[in-house]
Design a binder for this molecule. Structure first.
Ligand SMILES: [Cu+2]
Length: 135
């Protein structure tokens, strides 16, 4: 009986470890290229402090902009999208490598992440931030 429990426990911990990659994390590691976010999907727990580690390996300036829930910058980021920004780190220079913190939205849902530099959304600089209820 005890042995069975041990095996089940070991199996369950394996499942937990293997699921770890897809679960919410308070750290976002992202590389910006010309013109992509890699990876382009992030999952964070609601309301928690998130550390964003970002590296720009491209040749031009990029931005990491989280739009408010239910809003989108559309095909091009314009000045009138500014009020819809939840949080942003602008003007990340080529070769730039920085670590900043922000507080995740308290409302679970899917948030759009974009780069505001002209033409970059159309070129593929768009990502998805999934906010899940904190446990
Ligand atoms: Cu960009």
């Amino acid at each position: 009986m005890k042995r069975t429990f041990m095996i089940v426990a070991a199996f369950l911990s394996l499942i937990l470890v293997s699921c770890g990659g897809g679960g919410p994390s308070t750290t976002i590691n992202v590389t910006m290229t010309d013109f992509q976010f890699q990876p382009s999907q992030f999952t964070v727990p609601a309301g928690q402090e998130i550390t964003l580690n970002v590296t720009n390996t491209g040749a031009v300036v990029h931005n990491f902009i989280i739009m408010k829930l239910g809003t989108t910058a559309g095909a091009t980021y314009e000045d009138d999208d500014d009020p819809n920004v939840y949080w942003e780190e602008r003007d990340i220079q080529p070769g730039g490598d920085l670590s900043v913190a922000f507080t995740a939205p308290t409302e679970p849902g899917e948030y759009e992440v974009v780069c505001r530099t002209e033409g970059h959304i159309a070129s593929g600089m768009i990502a998805k931030l999934t906010v899940v209820a904190a446990e």
